[in-house]
Design a protein. Structure first.
Ligand code: B12
Ligand code: SF4
Length: 363
């Protein structure tokens, strides 16, 4: 029997090889370190596991919402806890519309889930919980916002759910200072110590992995950490493929350390992903991006120059919100497309928009 069974829905979108879930990888590892018996399963395995616990935790994103709703209906006599980006954004609405969901954990799940599980046995502990939504005894919905943020150095290394195909997701930080108007990310940034990040990478390397994605919201923000991490990688004689992601202004601010990554004999950059988002000041302002088209262009041009100087195999990807959900003019759409045509750095634009069509088709 398990204290909790954690349910992954990313397999809706991922093939078996690509299936991963860094959130559950981190939660599973943390709960196990606290001697809580848990396992992560795919949603389609539920029937096999349904009798093995009275508590189920679901990791829900927008695209998995409808499958999560259907799966929850199979768990009438169980305690069902939802976490992840979608329930964190609209907890009240989720509880109003899903009577079988008992609790929602908002934001980071590791310690909150641990404390919620403990409180199921010792109800007094429930009153001290932050970042939780639930129905009280009068059936009124209560939402307590997140107050406490984790110290990333306290987290154990995540489990194998952090691996997508042969690429390992490694967290350098959580949160993002950007505060963009359309983004749910918390501005409360925290960083992992470079020595601990290198320990984590080294243990993956010992298990045969060499391909890493420093893939949380914004890994380019902290030049000092990137620099110290590179030194650690070199000192430990690790040979890695690494992907990075970040904002254009951080690319420019940390151009010297990026140049070191491009030239490193130990790190082969595989791709760098930059959030350009829009190619007009009006749209950037609407999105609350606090950058300019000029900063975006300079950052992408800098990366393309580094690529042609040091390493032609590095892919430079720019993310653009081609059709903004804010009011945009036809000219702005043209400007966005022009950016793509000029730099030829976009991998993903169409998938973002065809995704909705695919979702309807799958349902
Ligand atoms: C890395 C990343 C990816 C990676 C892999 C992600 C993965 N599945 O592990 C790749 C590049 C493959 C990817 C793909 C996509 N992604 Co993505 N991705 C991210 C990113 C940048 C980091 C995710 C991460 O690993 N965070 C670190 C972990 C530790 O945090 P976490 O996953 O949020 O989990 C914590 C909490 O949410 C919570 N939690 C999560 N699950 C549960 C469950 C329970 C029971 C509890 C209690 C708590 C809990 O606790 C966790 C630990 O603290 C986030 C943005 C971000 N800053 O987090 C976007 C993000 C998750 N992605 C997003 C999207 C839209 C996608 C795609 C659909 C894009 C597309 N159109 O193709 C695909 C979907 C693929 C998929 N099946 O997941 C959105 C989701 C928005 C939403 N509300 O649904 C995000 C939030 C970006 C954004 N701001 O729009 N993504
Ligand atoms: S830069 Fe990216 S992660 Fe940071 S707040 Fe803006 S959209 Fe969110």
């Amino acid at each position: 029997m398990y204290d909790i069974i954690l349910v992954n829905f990313n397999s809706i979108a991922f093939s078996k090889r690509d299936n991963c879930n860094l959130g559950l990888a981190s939660i599973e590892s943390y709960l196990k370190s606290q001697n809580i018996a848990c396992v992560v399963i795919d949603y389609y395995e539920l029937d096999k596991y349904i009798h093995l616990s009275s508590v189920f935790g679901f990791s829900v994103l927008d695209y998995s919402y409808s499958t999560a709703v259907r799966t929850t209906k199979k768990l009438k006599n169980k305690t069902v806890i939802w976490g992840g980006w979608t329930p964190s954004a609209i907890p009240e609405w989720i509880l109003q519309n899903n009577s079988d969901v008992d609790y929602i954990i908002l934001g980071e799940g590791e310690k909150r889930l641990e404390h919620l599980l403990l409180s199921l046995q010792q109800p007094m502990l429930f009153y001290a919980l932050d970042g939780i939504a639930y129905r009280d005894k009068k059936n009124n919905i209560q939402v307590r916002s997140p107050q406490i943020y984790l110290d990333l150095d306290e987290l154990p290394m995540p489990t194998d759910w952090a691996v997508m195909n042969d690429m390992v997701f490694v967290e350098l930080s959580r949160g993002c200072y950007g505060n963009c108007g359309y983004c749910q990310e918390t501005p409360r940034m925290r960083f992992k110590s470079p020595g601990l990040i290198a320990d984590e990478i080294e243990s993956w390397v010992q298990r045969g992995y060499s391909n890493f994605y420093f893939g949380n919201a914004n890994t380019l923000v902290n030049g000092k950490i990137l620099k110290r991490l590179l030194r650690e990688i070199e000192r430990r004689e690790l040979f890695l493929r690494v992907a990075l992601v970040g904002r254009p202004d951080d690319v420019l601010r940390n151009k010297h350390i990026l140049e070191e990554y491009f030239q490193s004999s130990h790190v082969q950059l595989s791709f760098i992903e930059v959030g350009v988002e829009a190619n007009s000041q009006h749209l950037l302002d609407l999105l609350g991006r606090k950058t300019t088209p000029e900063i975006n262009r300079q950052a992408v041009q800098l990366l393309l120059n580094l690529k042609s100087k040091f390493s032609s195999s590095v892919a430079i990807h720019t993310n653009i919100i081609l059709f903004s959900h804010y009011d945009m003019t036809l000219n702005e759409l043209v400007e966005n497309i022009k950016f793509l045509g000029e730099f030829l750095t976009c991998r993903d634009t169409l998938s973002m928009h065809l995704y909705g069509v695919w979702h309807l088709y799958m349902d």
